[in-house]
Unconditional design. Structure first.
Length: 135
């Protein structure tokens, strides 16, 4: 199902307005704001991914299924953006730093291996969910 053109345009307009506001403040402040937002979003998805196998194992499919759907939406967003979070591009406007954690408040090691770690945990969660749903 495709999003309505007006909904897509409204989302793009909101992103452009938010970026315009960030450009009015000092670049270091704008970067801190983007990093904070990115970290909160990451924590939300990390919590979803960690909860899926636990909820599925306990038989709480009504919890695990929506969480898996939410994470799948994030996977689609990442896939549409060449496996990069859209907030990375926003953060890049405010710094020349390109270390793996320049755009998020995570330790370098975790930022470097984030997709491998949480991608693997998501697959484990999906496997657990599928196994419990079929038994």
């Amino acid at each position: 199902m495709r999003a309505a053109p007006n909904a897509t345009k409204a989302g793009t307009d909101a992103a452009q307005q938010a970026t315009a506001v960030l450009h009015r403040v000092h670049p270091a402040t704008a970067l801190r704001v983007v990093k904070l937002i990115h970290t909160v979003v990451w924590a939300f998805f990390a919590a979803c991914i960690l909860t899926i196998p636990v909820a599925a194992y306990r038989g709480h499919l009504i919890v695990a299924l929506p969480l898996a759907a939410i994470v799948w939406v994030e996977v689609l967003v990442l896939a549409a953006n060449r496996w990069r979070c859209p907030l990375t591009a926003v953060a890049a406007r405010f710094t020349d730093d390109r270390r793996e954690n320049f755009d998020i408040y995570l330790p370098l090691c975790l930022a470097r291996h984030n997709k491998l770690i949480f991608g693997s945990l998501f697959v484990i969660g999906l496997f657990t969910l599928l196994t419990r749903a079929l038994t």
